[in-house]
Design a protein around this ligand. Sequence first.
Ligand code: PLP
Length: 404
Amino acid sequence: MSDPKSNAAEPDIKTRIIHAGAEHGKRHSIVNTPVYHASTCLFDSFAAFREAVSNPDHGLFYGRRGTPTQWALEDALKDLEAGSGGVCLYPSGMSAISTALMAYLEPGDQLLMVDTVYEPVRSFCDKVLARNNIETKYYPPSVGEGISDYVSTNTKAVFLESPGSLTFEVQDIPAISKVAHDADAMTFADSTWGTPLSLPAHDLGIDINLHALTKYEVGHSDVMMGAASATPKYFNRLQSFTRTVGICVSPDDAYLCLRGLKTMAMRLETQFENGLQVANWLKAHPMVAHVYHPALPDDPGYALWQRDFTGGCGLFGFRLKHGSWQDLPHLVDDLRYFGMGFSWGGYESLILPVMPETCRSATRWPKGAPVLRLHIGLESPSDLIDDLEGGLSRYDAALKTSPD
Ligand SMILES: *Cc1c(COP(=O)(O)O)cnc(C)c1O
């Protein structure tokens, strides 16, 4: 694929995703890298054993360090992340984030954390990091180069998530990264929404880029997995820490994730486009107060999204004009296609009532009528719109007949 003698142009990312990681299968003339189960790997000789011990990440060593199945996924993800020095896999997106933070932060350090971060990360910072004398200071997602006002002498890292969880604010990644690097601080980003396909995070200044592969890479709502990609400067420490704490993923899960990855580009494109159709329909609906989607031209994040992202996905939010959580059963209980549940990135549509006001501390999220998060799957958007129209009419009818 990357034959140095060929003059062919660098292939498009959609081409790379199809062939990435394939060497491990090609060795046996098959398309997909098989599922290699292993704890023990046998050494042919004393010499081979000695060589493996002095270089344990170069070939089969012990199951915890992976087999060709996990390596195929790591290589594929590294290939998709421009500027990556290597990728480590984790048994969930959450464990990718917590392990990567622990790999670099030390007692006495300060972490600057975006206020719109995925809520379980906030819990990890406030509980686990705090008890290890690592301070977390939250900053508003709109901060831009104003992050300099938050930096102090012990600031070790700045963590971004763009767009933010639940409310989808886009951050100025290059501006924040520049201030961080000038202050000798590292940058971490949770790029689950953008995926490696739509957000070239390392190119924009991110040192450690994190993904919940559980979402679009797996793509079929059946495997938990996470990944961290580090720039060459930071990769050795990440890999060594990950090995030291004993993190590994099963070859079956890695196989399913690699399989999901092959169709991710077309799934993302369709789900993004269908999502925009539903988002625009909601925007025009008389019962909807606001749609939170960075790819809508009047969204406050639109200019940054257009500058830094090459696409999007099927996840966004909206706020109703009227009613309260008590009224939501009328909207969500009898939907035909939208399931209600956590996670997203699968082929199916989801709806989730959310409460951003309960997980913000540096910014204030106004209370009011309910906010819901939608994930648009691969169904026909007109069927999804009909489904939502039905739910909104039942909700409206219930509000009109309720006593207050
Ligand atoms: C789901 C999610 C995670 C966590 O991933 P898990 O695999 O569920 O642990 C992290 N960040 C974001 C933005 C997510 O949506």
